[in-house]
Design a protein around this ligand. Structure first.
Ligand code: MG
Ligand code: MG
Length: 256
C-alpha cells in the first residue's frame, strides 16, 4: 500500500531529511585517506545525536541479513556498491571511491540519502562515474512529477546510466519512504516510460541510482552478509535523495 502524506507530514519529513543532509555533509567533509570507516560512522552519529534523531539503519535486520546492521551509515568503498559495513579495521586510502548512505528518524519520520565522492587524488574514471551517478539522480528527480508514472523515473535513471556505458545493480533500486525506511512502491533503476503506478501529490520516494563502472549488472554479497560488491571488481557509485511528489514539482527532502 502506498501512503499519501499530508502537507504537514511532508514538512516533518523535510526536517528529518535535513538531518540526513547535515550528517552526509559532515562525513564527506571529514573523510580523508587514513581514516577508518568506523570514524565516518562516528561523525554521522554525532550529527544525529545533536539533532535528537534516531537511525533507521542501526539494528536494521531484513530477512536476508545474518546480523543486524551495526552502524548509522553504510560506507561502500571502491567495488562495494551498497550496504558496506563501516568497520574499525578498514582505512580509507588515497584515491578511494566512497559511497555513504545515511538515514535519520525524527518525530517518527524517515529521511534516506546517499552521496559518492573520492578521497585524495581522484582517478578521472571515478570522477566520470560519480558525475554520471549524480546526473542519473537528477534525471530521476526531474521525472518525479504528478502525471508521470514510476516507470518514467526508472527510465530516466536507467537511460543516463546506460548511455554512459555503466551497469545498473541488478535487483536493487529505490522505494517509498515514510514512517519506515522501506515502503511501497519500489522504484527500479531501469524501466519503461508510461508504465507502473501513477505519481500523486504527497507520495514520497527514495530515488537511488547505483552505477557499476565495468558496465555489467552482476554483483555478489560479501562474507559479512551485508556488503554488495561488483562481480567484475569494477568500482561503483551510489547517490540517493528522498523526494516528495507535489503539485509544485519534485521537492528534495534530503537537501541541506
Ligand atoms: Mg539509503
Ligand atoms: Mg534508500
Amino acid at each position: 500500500m502506498v501512503e499519501i502524506k499530508t502537507d504537514t507530514e511532508l514538512a516533518l519529513m523535510r526536517e528529518a531529511g535535513r538531518v540526513v543532509a547535515r550528517a552526509l555533509a559532515a562525513v564527506q567533509d571529514k573523510a580523508a585517506p587514513g581514516m577508518t570507516l568506523a570514524e565516518l560512522d562516528d561523525v554521522a552519529r554525532e550529527v544525529l545525536d545533536a539533532a535528537g534523531a534516531g537511525s533507521p539503519f542501526l539494528g536494521y535486520r531484513p530477512d536476508w541479513a545474518p546480523v543486524p546492521f551495526p552502524a548509522v551509515v553504510c560506507v561502500s568503498v571502491n567495488d562495494a556498491i551498497v550496504h558496506g559495513v563501516p568497520d574499525r579495521g578498514t582505512r580509507l586510502a588515497d584515491g578511494d571511491l566512497v559511497s555513504v548512505d545515511c538515514g535519520a528518524v525524527l518525530d517518527g519520520w524517515v529521511g534516506d540519502s546517499a552521496v559518492s565522492f573520492t578521497v585524495g587524488r581522484a582517478r578521472p574514471e571515478d570522477t566520470r562515474l560519480i558525475g554520471t551517478a549524480y546526473e542519473a539522480l537528477a534525471a530521476g528527480i526531474a521525472a518525479a512529477v504528478v502525471g508521470n508514472r514510476i516507470g518514467d523515473i526508472a527510465h530516466a535513471v536507467g537511460r543516463v546510466c546506460r548511455r554512459a556505458g555503466y551497469g545498473v545493480a541488478d535487483g536493487f533500486g529505490g522505494h517509498g519512504v515514510g514512517r519506515t525506511m522501506h515502503e511501497d512502491p519500489g522504484v527500479p533503476n531501469e524501466g519503461r516510460p508510461g508504465r507502473g503506478m501513477p505519481l500523486r501529490h504527497g507520495m514520497v520516494l527514495a530515488i537511488e541510482p547505483m552505477l557499476l563502472g565495468g558496465g555489467r549488472d552482476d554483483h555478489y554479497t560479501a562474507r559479512d552478509g551485508w556488503t554488495i560488491r561488483t562481480l567484475d571488481g569494477s568500482r561503483a557509485a551510489h547517490t540517493e535523495h528522498t523526494v516528495a511528489i507535489t503539485h509544485d514539482g519534485p521537492r528534495i527532502l534530503t537537501a541541506l
